[in-house]
Design a protein around this ligand. Structure first.
Ligand SMILES: NC(=O)c1ccc[n+]([C@@H]2O[C@H](COP(=O)([O-])OP(=O)(O)OC[C@H]3O[C@@H](n4cnc5c(N)ncnc54)[C@H](OP(=O)(O)O)[C@@H]3O)[C@@H](O)[C@H]2O)c1
Length: 265
């Protein structure tokens, strides 16, 4: 008989990568608490996963850039006795150049990509450490290894990757693991939400959300701290280590000229 893997909490589970995590973890027998902002999507996903896998699936609505919502989420997490996995996945990109972007949206990006994961980890770690059991996956990005003109997105993801590695160093010998999960281009609602036309050939080469989630969970089992799915993205993150900064800046600039101002990955 399969052992009960416990409860997983996933932020941004109403779409894309978060939804793929939810489906995969439900199939492995996890009970789920799914976070997002769109109730109909979360409600139907919970019903689907409960009826297909017999697990319990609840949802919680919260705007992560709202400190009151975030505080309520932290309190909720402290009350889950068997929380074994936290997936900090929620995130978004922007389309405008830095100086033209709404400052509230930029601030929300910092809250969503850095403050929320940090606070949620702070809420769950004491209990995980007491039980000497648990894992955290922070959905960062290949973008965190790169620079792109005016991109706060790259900067927030660099911070999240760094924080994940630093925390893993602190907790790994205490039975808990933290993964910096850094996908490249992945099919989801991410690019449409920025108003990017995703019908072109460029988008056909994206990895699927299921593929990247599979890579993350395999890497977690192997104890890998930084997970970068796909050979081309593994090679892309090596470039900044070996090429001179001048070349990297040039590539970042050319990339933005070709792809437009939107956050890539
Ligand atoms: N797609 C890519 O190419 C790619 C590549 C590398 C990394 N990533 C990262 O992967 C993660 C998931 O993105 P995705 O591609 O799956 O995008 P997605 O399909 O647009 O899903 C984003 C999820 O995050 C939630 N969310 C976004 N901002 C939020 C906020 N301020 N407060 C609460 N919830 C919020 C959304 O909730 P609602 O829909 O309910 O509003 C949704 O569930 C993000 O962190 C992204 O940076 C994506």
């Amino acid at each position: 008989m399969k052992t009960n893997p416990g409860t997983a909490f996933i932020t941004g589970a109403s779409a894309g990568i978060g939804k793929a995590f939810a489906r995969r973890l439900a199939s492995e027998g996890y009970n789920l608490i799914l976070h997002g902002r769109r109730e109909p999507q979360l409600n139907s996903l919970c019903e689907e996963l409960h009826s297909q896998h017999g697990i319990t699936a609840e949802y919680v609505i919260a705007e992560l850039s709202n400190p009151i919502d975030l505080h309520a989420l932290e309190e909720r997490m402290r009350t889950i006795p068997d929380l074994t996995l936290l997936v900090n996945n929620a995130g978004f990109g922007t389309i405008q150049s830095f100086e033209n972007e709404d400052i509230g949206r930029l601030d929300a990006m910092i809250q969503t990509h850095i403050t929320a994961p940090a606070r949620l980890m702070h809420a769950v770690l004491p209990r995980m450490l007491d039980r000497r059991q648990g894992a955290i996956i922070n959905v960062s990005s290949v973008a965190g290894f790169l620079v792109s003109p005016g991109s706060l997105y790259c900067a927030t993801k660099a911070a999240l990757t760094n924080l994940s590695e630093s925390l893993d160093l602190q907790v790994r010998d205490k039975g808990v693991r933290v993964q910096a999960f850094c996908p490249g281009f992945t099919r989801s609602e991410f690019h449409q939400r920025m108003g990017v036309d995703t019908s072109g050939d460029f988008f056909k080469n994206f990895m699927s959300a299921e593929q990247v989630v599979d890579a993350s969970l395999r890497a977690l089992k192997r104890g890998k701290v930084v997970c970068i799915p796909g050979l081309r993205y593994k090679l892309a993150v090596l470039a900044p280590r070996f090429l001179p900064k001048k070349v990297i800046y040039g590539l970042g600039y050319v990339y933005r000229r070709i792809r437009g101002q939107s956050d890539g990955v």
